[in-house]
Design a protein around this ligand. Structure first.
Ligand code: VGL
Ligand code: ZN
Length: 205
């Protein structure tokens, strides 16, 4: 069984959100088309407490984009984003939510960031996505959403490592690209790990 995984298609990641992914809004229409082509659709939400330690605002003297250490792990500092129960954390208003079967929240622990949909960044805690997909006999995951060089990448790498056939649909993802080339690099990493790349789904017969 196949599932479509919609990664972090949330208001704060779409222009003019605080952590807007350039052209992020373009994935909404693509996702709305894809949603009808899968028997199961799962969405993730970045879902941070207001004082999450990935926020630059929690580290006086540091700026957005700085790389620091939190709890012994490297951490890029982001603008405040996807704070639990705020409009910015909601799935984008244009996204067709009626066909989303299950939602996974991540990044809920103040002290640790969580780019991937399966685990936090230390692989200490699971989000429940693996167990949910296995309970539905899912063996193949097709990934769409934001951001190619962070959450999408880590989700795809973890999916392969967990034994899922994993497909990245490139027309349905966009990246942050803090440094030029980050998205290409992320896609190469995914290919090397065994992720299949599909530009778009084949047209209906
Ligand atoms: C993400 C940065 C911080 C993402 C989440 O969804 O790619 N990026 N939090
Ligand atoms: Zn986040």
């Amino acid at each position: 069984m196949k599932t479509l995984l919609l990664v972090d298609i949330q208001n704060d990641f779409i222009p003019p959100g605080p952590l807007a992914v350039p052209h992020g809004q373009e994935v909404i229409a693509v996702a709305n088309n894809l949603i009808h082509k899968y028997p199961l659709v799962v969405a993730t939400q970045d879902w941070h407490p207001h004082n999450h330690l990935s926020f630059a605002s929690q580290h006086p003297g540091h700026n957005i984009g700085d790389l620091i250490e939190v709890d012994g792990l490297p951490q890029i500092l982001w603008p405040d984003h996807c704070v639990q129960n705020t409009p910015g954390a909601e799935l984008c208003s244009g996204l067709d939510k009626s066909r989303i079967d299950h939602i996974i929240c991540k990044g809920t622990d103040r002290t640790i960031d969580s780019y991937g949909a399966f685990f936090d960044n230390q692989h200490r805690k699971e989000t429940g996505l693996d167990a949910f997909l296995k309970s539905r006999n899912v063996d193949e995951i097709h990934i769409a959403g934001l951001a190619t060089d962070y959450c999408v990448k880590f989700t795809a790498l973890d999916a392969v490592a967990l034994g899922f056939k994993t497909v990245l649909i490139t027309e349905a993802v966009r990246g942050v690209e803090l440094k030029p080339g980050d998205c290409d690099k992320a896609i190469k990493e995914m290919i090397n790990a065994g992720v299949r790349i599909l530009r778009k789904l084949p047209l209906d017969p």
